[in-house]
Design a protein around this ligand. Structure first.
Ligand code: PEP
Ligand code: MG
Length: 577
């Protein structure tokens, strides 16, 4: 039967697909009893679910054979062992047969009992196994409720879940998921921002979603209006087709902007650069007319492998990026690896209790001078092929910038002595993402050539709000007066000193926020290539002088809703750009 669910649109676009309902891994069920006559059926239901999870794990292991990193292999083995654990299985049978409990409630009780045992242990390793137990029991629970009709892939499905981690999204899209709908979250969460950059339709905050949609039901999703129709009727399907056609028209209009300048209505040129995490991003940036690469995240060269990349390999990657951009600037960031990233090179510390505050970015680079030296040598050699700039992540004090500057001078001299070409001037910049760096900017501004504001981390540290924790919802929103104040100060201080400043965090790639950043005085944006044309379209529709004149009103906003109102009032009508 047709049902209309209403959430908040988080990533524009329309999708039609079957629901793939993913229940949260943590099991929250009320006490449920069954009749004696239902025992055998309930046991069978449970054992079938367990068998399905076993089969899933076997097939995952087979599919990943060879490509499996050691930790993932161990983790799959551990889950397989837990699934066969007699204590877990017998306990479940007894609870259903002896106490007449539903399979769901039996699972819940078993989880509580086993995890209480682990939690009481002194050893951190055993305590952390609670997570594995949660995941295994969560999988059985999900399997109890899933409809199994021979579906093997996920192509054409709409993921309905409580929340989704940013890291999952690209993978889901690659596997063919056509939209994501969540019961929690906000349109400003990192997942939503990423969904927008992937052009993956997304609706968040649908009340009671997981109770109101069953696995396999057909859904239409409108990521603009936030409407989700379950089992759509002929009129809904017609509306969906119309919306798809309209979106395709909008995309064609956007594509026409590829060769257009990024100039505001009143004639100011705004620089749109691209963030790159792979050679493919650089090619896209070039094709879309980005004015350069504002952030080249070098982590991708270090992830998914066990040995560190050597100087030659890094040199070739940086040189190719510089060559691909053909005279436009390429900003290469020193490795920002931390214990939060899936690093298997052994470089980052494994056991940090709080990786975001740990040995990452320039801190790790200074703790490992050998690694920094290889990377800086590779960058300096690549500088001979075009306009390369070096960017230092996670700067919190002046000494870090001075250290890199001194290393660059020392290594450039050594490379020249070895007969390598090195550009006469390789600009050095600092990421402004630690609040202390923003606050103390005047003390080291003279030591850098440019700045790049990493709003993803700046917001996380300023608001004490873990950027990957969806549960924080809007508490991690960049639309906080404190964030705007810091941005305004950094932009103003840099401009007064004649130092270029860009924003390279996700804020810069969110077209909704372009008028706000322009009002704050920003003239350089760096973003994922996927959103570059959207931002260009908005910037071209903006009147810069008008927005700047409205800055006091923006800064008077006392909370997020005040800022949201300013944004709503100042979003320009989008015509042909
Ligand atoms: C940031 O923190 O805003 C940023 C661009 O860096 P990253 O997202 O790589 O931490
Ligand atoms: Mg950062």
């Amino acid at each position: 039967m047709r049902r209309l669910l209403q959430g908040q649109g988080a990533s524009r676009g329309n999708a039609l697909g079957r629901a793939w309902v993913r229940l949260p891994d943590v099991l929250e069920v009320g006490e449920e009893h069954i009749e004696p006559g239902q025992v055998e059926a309930e046991l069978e239901r449970l054992h079938l679910a367990i068998e399905r999870v076993r089969a899933e794990m076997r097939s995952l292991r087979e599919r990943l054979q060879g490509a499996l990193p050691p930790e993932l292999g161990q983790f799959l083995d551990l889950h397989a062992l837990l699934l066969d654990d007699p204590e877990l299985l017998q306990g479940l049978d007894e609870a259903i047969r002896g106490q007449l409990l539903s399979a769901d409630y039996a699972l819940h009780l078993q989880r509580e009992r086993i995890t209480a045992g682990f939690r009481a242990m002194d050893d951190a390793y055993f305590r952390s196994r609670v997570e594995d137990i949660d995941q295994v029991i969560g999988r059985i629970h999900a399997s109890l409720h899933a409809r199994h009709d021979g579906r093997t892939g996920m192509a054409g499905e709409v993921l309905a879940c409580e929340s989704v981690a940013p890291a999952e999204l690209a993978q889901l899209q690659q596997r063919g998921v056509v939209a994501v709908v969540t019961s929690a979250g906000s349109p400003l969460s990192h997942s939503a921002i990423l969904a927008r950059s992937l052009h993956l339709p997304m609706v968040v905050g649908v009340p009671g979603l997981l109770q109101r949609v069953a696995d396999g039901e057909v859904l239409t999703v409108d990521g603009g209006t936030g409407e989700v129709v379950v089992e759509p009727g002929p009129a809904d399907l017609r509306h969906h087709r119309e919306r798809r056609r309209a979106t395709a028209r909008e995309l064609r209009a956007l594509r026409r902007l590829r060769r257009e300048p990024t100039r505001t209505r009143d004639g100011s040129t705004i620089e749109l650069q691209a963030n790159a995490e792979s050679p493919a991003d650089i090619a896209r940036a070039h094709a879309l007319g980005a004015s350069g690469i504002g952030l080249y995240r070098t982590e991708f060269l270090f992830l998914q492998r066990t040995a560190l990349p050597g100087e030659e390999e890094q040199f070739q990657a940086y040189r190719d990026a510089v060559l691909a951009m053909n005279g436009r600037v390429v900003t290469i960031r020193i490795l920002d690896l931390g214990a939060d990233k899936a690093d298997r090179t052994g470089l980052s510390l494994r056991d940090e209790s709080n990786p975001a505050l740990g040995l990452r970015g320039i801190r790790l680079a200074m703790a490992r001078p050998d690694v920094l030296e290889v990377q800086l040598r590779a960058m300096l050699r690549a500088s001979a092929y075009g306009r390369l700039r070096v960017l230092v992540p996670m700067v919190s004090e002046r000494g870090q910038v001075l250290h890199v500057r001194a290393e660059l001078a020392r290594l450039a001299a050594a490379l020249r002595a070895e007969g390598h070409g090195v550009a006469a001037n390789v600009p050095l910049g600092a990421m402004i993402e630690v609040p202390a760096a923003a606050l103390m900017l005047p003390t080291f501004l003279g030591d850098v050539d440019f700045l790049s504001v990493g709003t993803n981390d700046l917001v996380q540290y300023l608001l004490a709000s873990d950027r990957d924790n969806e549960a924080l919802g809007e508490l991690g929103s960049p639309l906080h007066p404190a964030v705007l104040r810091v941005l305004r100060d950094v932009i103003r201080t840099a401009a007064a000193a004649g130092k270029p400043v860009s924003v390279c965090g996700e804020m810069a790639g969110d077209p909704r926020l372009s008028p706000l950043l322009l009002a704050l005085g920003l003239e350089q944006f760096s973003m994922h290539p996927a959103t570059l044309l959207d931002v260009r379209q908005v910037v071209r529709a903006c009147d810069l002088m008008h927005l700047r004149a409205r800055l006091p009103a923006l800064l008077r906003a006392r909370d997020r809703s005040g800022i949201e109102r300013w944004i709503a009032r100042h979003h320009p009508p989008l015509g042909e750009g």
